[in-house]
Design a binder for this molecule. Structure first.
Ligand code: NAP
Length: 485
């Protein structure tokens, strides 16, 4: 029995708004190919939030995905404002789907300013770390902070996934897009990991590009890109930008890939104004279903759908309103019927790639993933709340710490050094980053020294946050403030 004949159960989440219509169309088309799939239907999102479950993802849905290891989902509404977290993000994080794959390919009959240029790229976005780790704190009543967490393990997984995808799809180049010129430690970690791993894939060209130039190049000459690997926030933005190049969110599929579970979904949301009207374009969910079929090694069923979509769009006899406007529009159901009728046909002009299985990267499971030969604490950054100006706060902190093992090196405000003054025009807020360094560089900063600092500074000022300054393998594990020597 071949992989494509074995029956596979897939968790199906219809989703909110237009989700159920997109998902129904997709299931009908997949079933029409004869793909041996059984759906296990469960819910998440708005209906679950309304039942009072703050995660939006009930246990039966989690259990089903844990068992089937594969889910196809419609978009889920995210409540706006404080309180509930996005059910989408919860699902991605619960199952450690660390890689978000978003293919962007020009489609027949979808007119854009880029038509005819042959855009065919994939954005591989890290999916669980970065600013999306969701670690946010109010530092003072007027200053908020979000931690950008990037791990060496997370970088290794996403970089390897990008190269393995390039190999499986016969692609020639992988670009790493990062902001490592500014965020040298976090974004720099992705770049350094990319440069370390790239030589293991000599058949694939590797290039680094700064993320803002990547956005610029994507608009200017998108056809130069093949695979782009990037961090979560950057990837979120450039993948939506890339979708717009080929006609918009209605055509953008995605796969959330983990080593154990994969979740397939459209990039678009629940477009509530179109819910239940039978007018929406189901292609983004359908093409996510195609990615799912390939993940399940049902390559011929996937190819059959992709070919039928090309034929349907190329002939343009029966298209939804987002493609042809209200007057000529066919309903979602008619469009779905047309794709089903075109199964088995293929276009003369539009060909699909020769896809192979993506070999998911093996990454060691150790928690202590990177071992340092040496590390030393050389100082402390203490974040202090105060309404005093820097030229009063600085001398006062120096006075308070006189004779201690730590001395004030400088104070910065929102990243710019303000004490000792450089004469910069800085619009200060009541959140001061005070860097204390050890007086004797040979002596490590101990917890007792830090407690002494907290006790002394804390007796006069409200401190809100503390970071140890470490040297790891002889290198500074912290950055300098703008203007700091
Ligand atoms: P959206 O639902 O993606 O809709 C934005 C616009 O995109 C629609 O008004 C429509 O444009 C067009 N569009 C989206 N899907 C379409 C389709 N299948 N066919 C035709 N046109 C389509 O974005 P949103 O309005 O910002 O978000 C609505 C809700 O979805 C929010 O609760 C959001 O949190 C959630 N969301 C969920 C996901 C997810 O589940 N992964 C992703 C994004 C957003 P026109 O108005 O121009 O016709």
């Amino acid at each position: 029995m071949t992989a494509s004949q074995q029956k596979k159960t897939v968790t199906l989440i219809p989703g909110d708004g237009i989700g159920p219509e997109c998902v129904e169309a997709t299931c009908r088309i997949i079933e029409a190919t004869g793909a041996p799939i059984e759906w296990d239907i469960h819910h998440a999102g708005a209906s679950i939030f309304k039942q009072g479950l703050p995660s939006g993802v009930p246990q039966d849905t989690i259990d089903s995905i844990a068992k089937t290891k594969v889910a196809l989902k419609g978009p889920l509404e995210t409540p706006v404002g404080f309180g509930e977290k996005s059910a989408n993000v919860t699902l991605r994080k619960l199952f450690e789907t660390y890689g978000n794959i978003r293919p962007v390919r020009e489609l027949p009959g979808i007119k854009t300013p880029y038509s005819g240029r042959g855009i065919d790229l994939v954005v591989v976005r890290e999916n669980v770390e970065d600013l999306y780790a969701g670690i946010e704190h109010m530092q003072t009543p007027g200053v908020a902070q979000c931690l950008k967490l990037i791990s060496a393990k997370g970088c290794e997984k996403i970089v390897r996934l990008a190269f393995e995808l390039a190999k499986a799809e016969g692609r020639k180049t992988v670009h790493c897009a990062s902001k490592s010129n500014i965020m040298k430690l976090t974004e720099g970690l992705l770049k350094r990991t990319f440069e370390a791993i790239a030589p293991q894939y000599p058949e694939i060209e590797s290039q680094h590009i700064i993320i803002d130039n990547c956005a610029h190049q994507l608009v200017k000459k998108p056809e130069q890109f093949d695979v782009i690997v990037t961090t979560n926030m950057n990837g979120d933005i450039i993948s939506d930008l890339s979708s717009a190049l080929i006609g918009g969110l209605g055509f953008a599929p995605s796969a959330n890939i983990g080593n154990e579970v994969a979740i397939f979904e459209a990039v678009h949301g629940s477009a509530p104004k179109y819910a239940g009207k039978n007018v929406i374009n189901p292609l983004a969910v359908l093409l996510s279903g195609v990615l799912m079929l390939r993940h399940l090694k049902m390559f011929s069923e996937a190819a059959s759908i992709e070919n039928a979509v090309f034929v349907t769009l190329e002939e343009g006899k029966c298209l939804t309103r987002d493609i042809v406007g209200d007057e000529k529009a066919a309903s979602t159901t008619r469009f779905t019927d047309e794709i089903i009728a075109n199964l088995g046909r293929s276009s003369q002009k539009w060909h699909i790639r020769n896809y192979k299985e993506i070999k998911l990267p093996h990454v060691r499971k150790d928690i202590d993933f990177v071992k340092a030969k040496s590390r030393q604490i050389v100082g402390v950054d203490l974040f202090v709340e105060s309404a005093l100006p820097a030229d009063t706060l600085g001398p006062d902190l120096e006075k308070i710490m006189a004779g201690s093992k730590l001395k004030l090196k400088m104070i910065s405000n929102r990243g710019t050094k303000v004490y000792p003054s450089m004469g910069a025009i800085t619009d200060c807020v009541d959140h001061w980053f005070c860097r204390f360094m050890t007086v004797d560089p040979k002596e490590e900063v101990t917890d007792a020294t830090i407690q002494d600092l907290l006790q002394k500074v804390g007796s006069k000022y409200r401190w809100v946050h503390l970071e140890k300054l470490q040297e790891i393998d002889g290198k500074q594990g912290f950055t300098k403030a703008q203007g700091e020597d």
